[in-house]
Write a protein that binds this ligand. Structure first.
Ligand SMILES: [Fe+2]
Length: 246
């Protein structure tokens, strides 16, 4: 006789009114990128539903620390030192432990270490701009980094992205991966950004803004911001890969 599976907690459907529509003309590239026809749901493959799995052994000891994970020995990335931390929570505010969080960002001058980035700001030889970590048993994560600079982007004659960090939350399999980005409290570029403006619900846009967390700062060393990621429910974080992650 087999044991009965425990009842699954209630599943809250994603509130699409809080998610940005695929076509937002003010965000210029969505005109070309948004689908013109009905979406087709492809069946998930067994591989996409079951993996990959990550364990602490897969993560390097410096992977969470963008100040040093790309730096020469004894060197550090240049820029205002910053901790970004928070929790990954489900729709019932329960922590999601052991999930892979990846982040990527521009350097303090606003330039990505990518061959397609032609912004004139200098490359920092000690900054790669990528990090990863696993949430702990309480769903907590932390990255140490430099505050990214704002950068110009070709959405109009004079358009700038607010300082931001991109986040990916992997979940239990590739099919659950969710992607978003966080901004920082007080940045005057936030209300001017067409990507932020694509989010129809002001509360959902506000939830992407990391708040200054004075209690988590390190005196004379590093400022701290808090950014919680909520996977579902009425307070769910806005995710960019809208058709996926349902
Ligand atoms: Fe970016």
């Amino acid at each position: 006789m087999t044991a009965k599976a425990p009842p699954h907690p209630p599943l809250y459907p994603r509130d699409w009114s809080r998610q940005p529509p695929a076509l937002t003309p003010g965000y210029r590239t969505t005109r070309a990128r948004s689908p013109r026809r009905r979406l087709i749901r492809l069946p998930d493959t067994p591989g996409a539903l079951t993996g990959p799995l990550f364990s602490p052994e897969d993560i390097g000891v410096d992977d969470w620390d963008l100040l040093t994970n790309f730096a020469a020995p004894g060197q550090s990335a240049i820029g205002p030192r910053m901790i970004v931390h928070g929790r990954v929570l489900d729709e019932n505010a329960r922590p999601v432990p052991g999930t892979l969080i990846e982040c990527w960002q521009a350097n303090a001058g606003g330039r990505y270490r990518h061959k397609a980035d032609t912004y004139l700001a200098a490359i920092d030889p000690n900054f790669g701009g990528c990090g990863r970590t696993l949430t702990d048993q309480d769903g907590r994560y932390q990255f140490r980094t430099v505050r990214p600079g704002p950068y110009p982007w070709p959405n109009g004659p004079n358009t700038w992205r607010p300082a931001h960090i991109h986040f990916s939350v992997f979940g239990h399999s590739f099919a659950q991966r969710l992607i978003t980005q966080c901004y920082f409290e007080g940045d005057p570029f936030i209300p001017l950004c067409a990507i932020v403006g694509a989010i129809p619900d002001p509360g959902a846009a506000e939830a992407l803004t990391a708040l200054l967390d004075l209690d988590a700062t390190i005196p004379h060393d590093t400022v701290a911001y808090r950014f919680d990621i909520i996977l579902r429910g009425r307070r769910a974080t806005c995710f960019e890969n809208r058709p996926e992650g349902t």
